[in-house]
Design a protein. Structure first.
Length: 265
């Protein structure tokens, strides 16, 4: 019997064929190599599809999380506004607006005058006190503060709370609610304090003889302890003391008031 000649040494040929571990067939078989390539391609496509699905789910989760955080966060800072309208008085109109960040504006005038809100300074303790009192009133949600009895006209007062799209307010002539009373007193004290400062600066420029009348009003309010931050008046009082064109009586009163404020009396 004739036998096939053995492969010469070093020719690279082997009697044992390499087996594909996936198909269990010879790896050098062209048809099976094609099947293996198709299987690998399909596996790669499936893996890419899985990654894309996971990425899509992750993106949706992040978007939902971000929207939830945005919904839970307030749309803008909170603001408290006090308004008082009292016809035939001086002033007839007062509006003080204080934000929880400490920004403050005031508008003090007669009703016939044009609105002119101006910035003013309010210390952090006063801001925190105002918003704490508003919190005791549930931020004026469904607040019914007026006693609805026939009493003297004390001026129509409005307390308003704003935060984002929320806006609550209550209007009254007189209230017996302790938190509302204290909140109104603080706002009215701020308005009187700002009115004193405004009047003092105006009289120093245009009516130096009338400076003493303003100082008498400051002295009365200091005695009643209704000014939340009387130290805000110190620069204006010191300016009166330094102005030699103002009568000595007014300058002495201004010096005395400044000393009282510094001493906390």
């Amino acid at each position: 019997m004739l036998r096939a000649p053995a492969a010469p040494p070093g020719s690279g040929a082997s009697n044992t064929s390499e087996v594909d571990p996936l198909t269990r067939r010879p790896a050098n078989s062209a048809p099976h190599s094609s099947l293996r390539s198709l299987w690998i391609s399909a596996a790669s496509v499936s893996l890419c599809g899985l990654c894309a699905s996971v990425a899509s789910v992750l993106v949706v989760f992040l978007l939902l999380f971000a929207s939830g955080v945005a919904a839970a966060s307030p749309a803008g800072g909170a603001k408290l506004i006090f308004k008082k309208v009292f016809k035939s008085s001086t002033p007839e109109f007062v509006e003080i607006a204080v934000s929880d960040s400490g920004d403050c504006t005031y508008d003090i005038r007669q009703l016939d005058d044009d609105p002119e809100p101006l910035p003013c300074a309010v210390g952090r303790p006063v801001v925190e006190r105002l918003f704490a009192l508003a919190g005791q009133l549930n931020f004026l949600r469904d607040a019914n503060l007026d006693i609805k009895k026939r009493i003297a006209n004390l001026g129509q007062k409005t307390l308003r709370y704003e935060r984002g799209s929320e806006a609550n307010e209550a209007t009254f002539n007189y209230t017996t609610n302790p938190a509302a009373q204290e909140l109104t007193q603080v706002f009215e004290g701020l308005s009187r304090q700002q009115a004193h400062l405004q009047n003092l600066q105006h009289r120093m420029r245009f009516d130096r003889l009338g400076v003493n009348d303003v100082l008498l009003g400051i002295e009365a309010d200091l005695g009643r302890k209704i000014l939340p931050e009387p130290e805000r008046l110190l620069p204006a009082l010191e300016a009166v003391v330094a102005e030699t064109r103002i009568v000595d009586l007014a300058r002495q009163r201004a010096r005395s008031l400044a000393d009282r404020i510094r001493a906390g009396k």
